[in-house]
Design a protein around this ligand. Structure first.
Ligand SMILES: Cc1cc2nc3c(=O)[nH]c(=O)nc-3n(C[C@H](O)[C@H](O)[C@H](O)COP(=O)(O)OP(=O)(O)OC[C@H]3O[C@@H](n4cnc5c(N)ncnc54)[C@H](O)[C@@H]3O)c2cc1C
Length: 434
């Protein structure tokens, strides 16, 4: 082995919420874990859109458990608390968790350190080297040049699935028409008088938005302004500026959308100050470093979760996390923002582990927003709490695969589910959340 080659049990590609879950879970199982993250932070979309609430953590108002619950509790128990549960102001969404972005990120770094994860930031996984149906190595690069990781198991948590796609996993882009959800750039307004700003119940500030669009001061896609209270008093999180038709796996397109988004955010901040009561003394802060990309590749797994599965409230024998998120569609093609209920009131579905495994590559799993799902199911399964728990499941499965010298496709999934339940993931197997 040269200095630019390393052996490891598990290579996690991407340090978003899914990669965080995968790396911590595998590290806690005593495995050597290398986590390669292309940017300088963990969190993925959570880092790109700082302050975005963790939605979907409470199907039927019960926490899903696992690492999400542990992380939330660590933050809630700080003095002063750095996270809290609150009601979401949008219809069909359950309660959400709002947190201090910097403290949450720091705590995630600490949990990775405690789990013994070798974190390679500012490093990109480029391509797999295949040996039959296995990934023998993954070529990576950082500013010092190329390096190669030789893992026993690869967990692709990159959101876009570059390594899975290059290892031969079939995929489609976006929905059946190939159209992907809009990307979004967020910011905060700081110094807002909450009482006046939120005096009216409309979460979309529709009448102000209509005025701004009619007067050509806001982009037409800003007909709904989604403004919500931030974690700290007097802050408002603006998750409103969407850019359509961006191919999230084309870095140049993402960079162009980010610059366009910055312009629209600035216009919106100026408009809020000028027109909306409570914002007169506020200023823009925490503008996203890049747009948050919702949807790119959809990988083909052993099982593909569908909208019908959700509507039936399916609870699979290999379900690894519960969910009741609505079908949260954001400006696909010429479409609008919709969040229709995915399941009947008071019920939920589970995400099967088989949607995290490819049919043929024996030492690969994929989790987070790249799991195998149709366009409807995708719009629901993609919440950060669910992504984190999918990662937790994959990290746990890596231990099982190594212990049994087994292909991922041959794992005892009942044992996996039992292990996750022991780790405090709720509502799996024969148990129920309610
Ligand atoms: C604008 C927006 C708003 C949203 N709102 C909410 C919300 O309010 N609540 C909620 O719960 N969910 C929300 N979601 C959904 C949720 O944020 C995402 O589905 C979730 O964060 C996806 O997590 P992930 O870990 O799968 O992927 P990502 O968060 O995309 O993370 C992937 C990581 O992999 C890294 N990476 C990619 N390729 C490579 C490579 N080749 N080598 C190394 N690293 C690589 C990236 O840099 C990134 O850090 C929103 C999403 C967006 C985009």
């Amino acid at each position: 082995m040269t200095e630019t080659e390393m052996n490891t049990d598990v290579l996690v590609v991407g340090g978003g919420t899914a990669g965080f879950g995968a790396a911590v879970a595998a590290g806690r199982k005593g495995l050597r874990v290398v986590l390669v993250e292309a940017t300088s932070k963990v969190g993925g979309v959570m880092a790109f859109c700082p302050g975005m609430p963790w939605g979907g953590g409470y199907p039927v108002d019960r926490i899903i458990g696992g690492l999400l619950e542990e992380l939330t509790q660590r933050l809630e128990r700080m003095d002063p608390p750095a996270a809290e549960k609150r009601t979401c102001t949008l219809e069909n969404f359950g309660p959400e968790i709002i947190y201090d972005h910097d403290i949450a990120t720091l705590t995630m770094f600490e949990m990775l350190e405690e789990a013994g994860v070798e974190l390679r930031l500012n490093a990109t996984a480029l391509a797999p080297e295949m040996s039959g149906n296995r990934i023998a190595a993954v070529r990576c690069v950082n500013r010092n040049g190329p390096f190669t990781v030789r893992p026993r198991i690869v967990i692709d948590c990159s959101g876009d699935g570059d390594i899975s796609a290059k290892s031969g996993v079939p995929y489609t882009l976006g929905d059946e028409q190939g159209s992907m959800m809009g990307v979004t750039i967020s910011f905060h307004m700081v110094g807002v008088d909450w009482d006046r700003a939120f005096a009216e119940p409309d979460p979309y500030f529709t009448k102000y938005a209509a005025q701004g669009v009619a007067e050509d001061r806001l982009h037409p896609d800003l007909a709904q302004l989604y403004l919500m209270k931030g974690f700290h008093k007097g802050t408002v999180f603006c998750n409103s500026v969407h850019v359509r038709g961006v191919n999230g796996i084309d870095p140049d397109a993402v960079a162009r959308a980010t610059q366009e988004g910055r312009r629209r955010c600035h216009q919106l901040a100026q408009f809020l100050r000028a027109e909306v009561p409570g914002f007169e003394q506020a200023h823009m802060a925490m503008l996203s470093p890049t747009v948050g990309v919702r949807e790119t590749r959809k990988l083909e797994g052993v099982y593909r979760v569908t909208g019908e599965d959700l509507a039936r409230g399916s609870r699979f024998f290999d379900g690894i996390v519960c969910c009741d998120n609505p079908v949260d569609d954001v400006m696909r093609g010429s479409g609008e923002m919709t969040h229709d209920a995915a399941v009947g009131a008071g019920t939920y579905y589970t995400i099967p582990f088989r949607s995290l495994m490819p049919a043929t590559v024996e030492n690969l799993m994929f989790c987070g927003r790249i799991i195998s799902a149709d366009a409807v199911a995708f719009a629901s399964v993609r919440g950060m709490p669910q992504c984190m728990t999918m990662g937790q499941a994959a990290g746990t499965a890596a231990r099982l695969a190594i212990d049994n010298d087994a292909a991922i496709q041959d794992l005892d999934l009942t044992a996996l589910v039992a292990d996750l339940s022991q780790q405090g993931v709720h509502g799996l197997g024969n148990t129920s959340l309610n």
